[in-house]
Design a protein around this ligand. Structure first.
Ligand code: 6PG
Length: 476
C-alpha cells in the first residue's frame, strides 16, 4: 500500500510531524538525506504507525500515492532549493511539495513560481509550536494554491492543535502568504518575549526580587488577562534550580540573545511597507544589543547611570508592571496585525485577520487567551485599521495607562532599559494625537531641500523660499 504523505528531513521537527501524522492514522513515507537517520527513526518510532522508511529519494517518491504530497522539513534557505531540485525530476505533474520550515516569504513566492513552471504545486506552510507542538498539535498557517490546500487539508487539520473543536489550521492565502503570517507570528513572539524580559528586569533590579520570586509572580499572572504559553513557561524557567550551583538556572545563563532571522525579516518588511512596528523592531534591536557583551561590559564601568533610588513599593510595582506588560502586549499585537493588513492589501492576499488570531489560539508559541478577543474584533469590524480602536482594547489600554506611565518613569529613573515598554507607550501616545509635530519636520525638509509641504487650510503642495524673499509658492 502506498503512503498518503511523505516527509523528508527527519530532524526533530520533521520527525515529530511525521509521527503526529501516523498517530492520526495516515500512512507516512519518511526519508532523510542520511539513511542512518531514517533507519533510526523507524527503529525508534516504527511501532507508532504505518511508516515506510525510504533509503533513496526515488524509493521515497515511489512509496507515495499519486498525486503525491511531500512535506519538506529542512533548514530554511538553500537546503530547501536543493531538495526541490533533487525531487522535481522524480515527480509527476500535479504533485504537491509542502515546505513546512521557517522560509522567508519571498523565497516561497519564488519557489511557487518555479514549481508551477515545472507543473508542480508548491505550498509554503508556517508551523508553530516547537518540537512538542509538531508532535501533539501545532498551529498551521498554510499558504499556496487553494485547490492544493483542499487536497492536503485532511492531513493538516487532523494534525493541528484543536481548540473548542476548531483546528488551529486555516488556509491563509496564495504564494508566500502562509510563511508571511508565520513570520509575523514569530515577530510577535519576539515582542512578547522582550516584554517578559523587561518585566523580569524591573522586578529584579527595581523590586529587588529573586528569580524564583519573580517566577511565582508570573505563575499568578498566568491566571489572569496575561494567561498564555509564554507567561506560563516564564514561571517555570524562573523557578528552575541549577544543578551545578544550586542557585536559579537563569542566573548562570549568559545574557546574549540569539536569533535566526524571522523577527528581523518582520521588522525589515514593516520598514518596506511603511508600517510603524515599534514593539517587534525594538525586540530585535534589544537582542542585537544583548549580543554586544564585551562592549557592554566595558561600558558598564565607564558610562554613568542614575544615582541610587530609594526602594519602591514592591506590591505596587508588581501590579504596575503587570498592567504595563498587558498594555504593551496589546500594542505589539495591534502593530503586527496592522502589518499583516498592509501586506494583505499590498499583495492582494485578502487575509482573514480574525482567522489568523483563531489559528494562533492553540499549538503555537504565542498562544494566549486574549487572541479570542482579536478574533472577535475582526469578526465585528473586518476592515479595522487598528486593534486599539475596538472597545475591548481601547478600554484595556486606557485602564492600564496610568500604571504603564509609572513603569516607564520608574524604569527610566532607575536606569533600567525598557525599549519595548517605552516604545509601545510612545506609539500609543503618538497614535492617539490628532496633531503631532511632523509639521516641523515638513518645514525643515522644505527649508533645506524644497521638498514641499501641505497646508491645513487647503489643498496643494507649497514651497517657501525661506532664505530668499520668504514668499510661499504653489508647486503643483
Ligand atoms: C515556533 C517558533 C519557532 C522557533 C523560532 C525561534 O513558532 O514554533 O517561532 O519557529 O522557535 O523561529 O526563533 P529565533 O531562534 O529567531 O528566536
Amino acid at each position: 500500500e502506498k503512503s498518503r504523505i511523505g516527509v523528508t528531513g527527519l530532524a526533530v521537527m520533521g520527525a515529530n510531524l511525521a509521527r503526529n501524522m501516523a498517530r492520526r492514522g495516515f500512512t507516512v513515507a519518511v526519508h532523510n538525506r542520511t539513511t542512518a537517520k531514517t533507519n533510526q527513526f523507524i527503529e525508534d518510532y516504527g511501532h507508532e504507525g504505518a511508516f515506510t522508511g525510504a533509503e533513496s529519494l526515488q524509493d521515497f517518491v515511489d512509496a507515495l500515492q499519486v498525486p503525491r504530497t511531500i512535506v519538506v522539513m529542512v533548514k530554511a534557505g538553500k537546503p530547501v532549493d536543493a531538495v526541490i531540485d533533487e525531487l522535481a525530476p522524480l515527480l509527476d505533474q500535479g504533485d504537491i511539495i509542502v515546505d513546512a520550515g521557517n522560509s522567508h516569504f519571498p523565497d516561497t513566492d519564488r519557489r511557487t513560481a518555479h514549481c508551477a513552471e515545472l507543473g508542480l504545486r508548491f505550498m509554503g506552510i508556517g508551523v508553530s509550536g516547537g518540537e512538542e507542538g509538531a508532535l501533539n498539535g501545532p498551529s498551521i498557517m498554510p499558504g499556496g494554491d487553494p485547490a492544493a490546500y483542499g487536497e492536503i487539508a485532511d492531513v493538516l487539520t487532523a494534525i493541528a492543535a484543536n481548540i473548542d473543536g476548531t483546528p488551529c489550521c486555516a488556509h491563509v492565502g496564495p504564494g508566500g502568504a502562509g510563511h508571511y503570517v508565520k513570520m509575523v507570528h514569530n515577530g510577535i513572539e519576539y515582542a512578547d518575549i522582550q516584554l517578559i524580559a523587561e518585566a523580569y528586569d524591573l522586578l529584579a533590579h527595581v523590586g529587588g526580587l529573586s528569580a524564583p520570586e519573580i517566577g511565582t509572580i508570573f505563575e499568578q499572572w498566568n491566571t489572569g488577562d496575561l494567561e498564555s504559553f509564554l507567561i506560563e513557561i516564564t514561571g517555570i524557567v524562573l523557578a528552575k534550580t541549577d544543578e551545578r550551583t544550586g542557585g536559579p538556572l537563569v542566573d548562570v545563563i549568559t545574557d546574549q540573545a540569539e536569533q535566526k532571522g524571522t523577527g528581523r525579516w518582520t521588522a525589515i518588511d514593516a520598514l518596506d511597507l511603511g508600517v510603524p512596528l515599534t514593539g517587534i523592531t525594538e525586540a530585535v534591536f534589544a537582542r542585537t544589543l544583548s549580543a554586544l557583551r564585551d562592549e557592554r561590559r566595558a561600558a558598564s564601568t565607564t558610562l554613568a547611570g542614575p544615582a541610587p533610588k530609594p526602594a519602591t513599593d514592591v506590591d505596587r510595582l508588581v501590579e504596575d508592571v503587570r498592567q504595563a506588560l498587558y498594555a504593551s502586549k496589546v500594542v505589539a499585537y495591534a502593530q503586527g496585525f496592522a502589518q499583516m493588513r498592509a501586506a494583505s492589501q499590498a499583495n492582494g492576499w485578502d487575509l482573514d485577520l480574525g482567522a489568523m488570531a483563531r489559528i494562533w489560539r492553540g499549538g503555537c508559541i504565542i498562544r494566549a487567551q486574549f487572541l479570542n478577543r482579536i478574533t472577535e474584533a475582526y469578526e465585528s469590524h473586518p476592515d479595522l485599521d487598528n486593534l486599539l480602536m475596538v472597545p475591548y482594547f481601547t478600554e484595556a489600554v486606557g485602564n492600564a495607562q496610568d500604571a504603564w506611565r509609572r513603569v516607564v518613569v520608574t524604569a527610566t529613573e532607575h536606569g533600567v532599559a525598557i525599549p519595548a515598554f517605552s516604545s509601545s507607550l510612545s506609539y500609543y501616545d503618538g497614535y492617539r494625537r490628532e496633531r503631532g509635530p511632523a509639521n516641523l519636520i515638513q518645514g525643515l525638509r522644505d527649508y533645506f531641500g524644497a521638498h514641499t509641504y501641505h497646508r491645513i487650510d487647503g489643498d496643494g503642495a507649497f514651497h517657501t523660499r525661506w532664505s530668499q524673499d520668504g514668499a510661499e509658492v504653489r508647486t503643483d
